[in-house]
Design a protein around this ligand. Structure first.
Ligand code: C5P
Length: 232
């Protein structure tokens, strides 16, 4: 079904970009995928999609068996959007905006703490490893999903900087939230993501760690491209 090795048998290269919410990993990963002409896996979207589908179908967020069944069903039927077809469709509905809300992120973070759910999403994520290469962004791309990645980047920034970035991202999408509430939600989500037992948010041992609190996206992209050119 997928090409985790190319025709000569060599593993298809993967660059992982992990980090907490608002670290800029999504934007940097997209730019990188475009520059290299590689595929892009936004693994957070899969966790958000599962949580959204669970909420829609009234599946309790702690019903492990039902969540695993739902994840398996989604993984068999669902394709992440591509550059040509960027809309995130679920059951004929464009759910792109609904997935970006903080309530969906919070539900995703709760279900993502369940080891069985993470296990059920593993093969789905690896399925996106295709020639000529993959940029995978998330929390555990470098530690668990693609431990053999060619390059592992870990982006981070101070919590208040990340909350403000999230605030602006949501505002640009027309989603209005209170900044104070957002700071608290981002901190609670960080804590849940980094303290869970199954694949917690943390840099891989061999990751390049970049704190971009005091710099803009273009500088971060420059640093990431430098790291890419050092290994490719
Ligand atoms: O990256 P994003 O904010 O879209 O992720 C939403 C939630 O999904 C995160 O807070 C995290 O709990 C979960 N997630 C995860 N592992 C990933 C990607 C996302 O646990 N690789």
């Amino acid at each position: 079904m997928h090409a985790s090795r190319n025709q000569s048998g060599a593993a298809v290269p993967v660059i992982t970009v992990d980090g907490p919410s608002g670290s800029g990993k999504g934007t940097i990963s997209q730019c990188l995928a475009e520059k290299l002409g590689w595929h892009h896996l936004d693994s957070g979207a899969l966790y958000r999609l599962l949580a959204y589908a669970a909420l829609q179908q009234a599946v309790p967020l702690d019903d492990v068996d039902a969540l695993v069944q739902l994840a398996t069903r989604l993984s068999e039927t669902y394709q992440l959007p591509t550059r040509e077809h960027p809309a995130i469709m679920l059951g004929g509905e464009d759910v792109g905006l609904a997935l970006r809300t903080e309530s969906c992120a919070e539900a995703a973070s709760k279900t993502a703490a369940l080891p069985e759910v993470r296990q059920a999403l593993l093969a789905w994520q690896r399925h996106y490893r295709r020639v000529p290469g993959l940029i995978a962004d998330g929390r555990d791309m470098g530690t668990t999903v693609f431990p053999d990645a060619t390059l592992k980047i870990y982006l981070t920034a101070r919590p208040e900087v990340r909350a403000e970035r999230r605030y602006n991202q949501l505002k640009n999408k027309g989603i209005v939230v209170d900044l104070g509430d957002l700071v608290r939600e981002v901190e609670a989500r960080d804590l849940r993501d980094s303290s869970r037992k199954a694949s917690p948010l943390m840099p891989a041992e061999d990751a390049v760690i970049l704190d971009n609190s005091d710099q803009d996206e273009s500088r971060t992209l420059e640093q990431v491209l430098q790291a890419v050119h050092d290994v490719l």
